[in-house]
Design a protein around this ligand. Structure first.
Ligand SMILES: CC(C)(COP(=O)(O)OP(=O)(O)OC[C@H]1O[C@@H](n2cnc3c(N)ncnc32)[C@H](O)[C@@H]1OP(=O)(O)O)[C@@H](O)C(=O)NCCC(=O)NCCS
Length: 164
């Protein structure tokens, strides 16, 4: 399924399928190494190598989640994982969506690939009745926060930590 084409080149965003497994896992692995590894001393940067396969398999079977891939021809330039949550006791009657993971390959950054992934995620979430999207970023990841702000995300809550 093509969720959107781009002004730039042949960029397309599609829902990932089994044939995208290796490229998807490679992108998730890259994210863990440049984000979690840098920003959380207790995080396991090798998580994708251990749990990525099962994670991707579960995503393919989950109607409330979507693994998206951005590609230019055969080259996979990035991924995004989105999810919609059913209403809960705190928000009766309201579905919200979560941007769980996003990464664009370094050489492709700054040319709109991430923006195309977010636009496709928003469209997918709206189609499923979600009225709001949320995302979590490390406070030190200022580039990601700038990127999210450009796509309409505003700060909502703050998570705090104390060393023990
Ligand atoms: C955040 C990210 C997905 C944006 O993808 P992208 O394709 O570069 O985004 P776009 O081209 O659509 O938009 C560019 C905007 O992204 C932001 N950005 C963040 N990191 C960037 C980078 N390394 N290079 C270029 N832009 C970056 C900037 O706000 C930029 O806007 P600006 O030109 O005003 O500075 C990408 O930079 C990335 O993969 N970063 C590393 C992984 C990461 O931090 N993921 C989010 C975890 S919460």
């Amino acid at each position: 399924m093509i969720l959107g084409s781009s002004d730039m080149g042949e960029l397309i965003v599609t829902v990932a399928t089994e044939s995208d497994r290796a490229a998807f896992l490679s992108s998730v692995d890259g994210l863990f190494h440049e984000d979690l590894q840098i920003h959380d001393p207790y995080g396991d940067p090798e998580w994708a190598a251990r749990g990525g396969d099962a994670y991707f398999t579960a995503l393919l079977d989950d109607l409330d989640a979507v693994p998206l891939i951005a590609r230019d021809g055969d080259a996979v330039l990035g991924h995004l994982v989105g999810r919609v949550m059913e209403p809960d006791v705190l928000r009766p009657g309201t579905k919200v969506a979560s941007l769980e993971s996003i990464r664009v390959a370094p050489p492709a950054r700054g040319s709109g690939v991430g923006g195309r992934l977010v636009a496709a995620f928003f469209a997918w979430a709206r189609e499923r009745g979600a009225v709001r999207a949320g995302v979590t970023a490390y406070a030190a990841n200022e580039g990601a926060q700038r990127f999210y702000a450009r796509h309409g995300f505003a700060p909502s809550s703050v998570s705090l930590r104390a060393p023990l």
